[in-house]
Design a protein around this ligand. Structure first.
Ligand SMILES: Nc1ncnc2c1ncn2[C@@H]1O[C@H](COP(=O)(O)OP(=O)(O)OP(=O)(O)O)[C@@H](O)[C@H]1O
Length: 251
């Protein structure tokens, strides 16, 4: 399988404080990887480094073989390194369909046509229909985003990320705030994502992690503690140790 993301020796200092230390990891096409670690382990910092929100102090990041370490966040997005949108950015009065149409048009830099005749933009309706279907949002296509259930908003966030045609998709706690009974719907949708995508999920809920991930990366104190399958991670005494005292449940 093609290696899509290759992180090597990634480090970050804030003044004298080292929050990421020499982290290396790879994601291949089709990988479903969860990034876990106790509070303050450096998960958000790691994702910010990878996506280009903050520059690293050392290390390299390659996307599909290309060194993107010095590229801006926007340039990385154009190359297919996509992080799911935050709910606060959604326009409450626009419908689900309109959000997706805008995302596809923006990706293709065809925004100006939106006001001409959306129906005539080649392939747009089909692509939006596919996105709605993949995320299980077809029945709410014409609903204003402000009226969606919270879980549906989270699904729309993933759909918007998917509209950017990612090679690597980073999902930041995709089920956060969603009632446990509804989280399965989000996992089902994630299951329907294109198989050749590499997906990295930051997640605190270990139940979701075990259901989603084929591999798990554990960070602790800014370092990569270990990588393995769910079974290996649960059995690893080092993982128990870093979670001990924080919570009984790893998160
Ligand atoms: N801009 C910054 N300046 C100084 N310290 C920072 C900065 N950003 C993060 N840190 C510190 O780096 C450490 C790692 O934080 P980070 O948010 O990456 O952890 P996390 O694993 O995402 O935690 P959580 O699970 O609680 O969200 C923390 O000790 C945090 O206080």
């Amino acid at each position: 399988m093609t290696t899509l993301l290759e992180v090597e020796g990634l480090s970050k200092n804030f003044g004298g404080l080292q929050v990421s230390s020499d982290i290396s990891m790879t994601l291949k096409a089709g990988d479903r990887c969860a990034l876990i670690g106790p509070n303050g382990a450096g998960k958000t910092t790691f994702v910010n480094l990878v996506t280009g929100v903050i520059p690293p102090s050392a290390g390299t990041i390659r996307l599909d073989g290309r060194d993107v370490t010095r590229l801006s966040a926007a340039e990385r997005v154009r190359l297919g390194l996509i992080r799911s949108f935050q709910v606060a950015r959604l326009f409450k009065s626009m419908t689900v369909r309109e959000h997706l149409e805008l995302a596809v048009l923006q990706r293709d830099r065809r925004t100006f046509r939106l006001f001409a005749n959306v129906a005539k933009v080649a392939g747009l309706a089909d692509e939006v229909a596919d996105l709605l279907g993949t995320m299980g949002l077809t029945h709410v296509a014409h609903t204003a985003v402000g009226s969606l259930a919270y879980g549906q908003q989270r699904l729309l966030e993933i759909a918007l990320a998917l509209a950017m045609k990612p090679k690597v998709l980073i999902l930041d706690e995709p089920a956060a705030g969603v009632p446990h009974s509804e989280s399965q719907r989000i996992l089902d949708a994630i299951d329907r994502l294109p198989k050749d995508l590499a997906v990295l999920m930051i997640e605190h809920d270990m139940d979701l992690v075990f259901r989603f991930a084929s591999s798990i990366v554990v960070l602790a104190q800014g370092r990569l503690l270990c990588t393995g399958t769910a079974k290996e991670i649960v059995a690893d005494p080092r993982v128990r140790e870093v979670y001990l005292g924080s919570r009984t449940n790893a998160h």
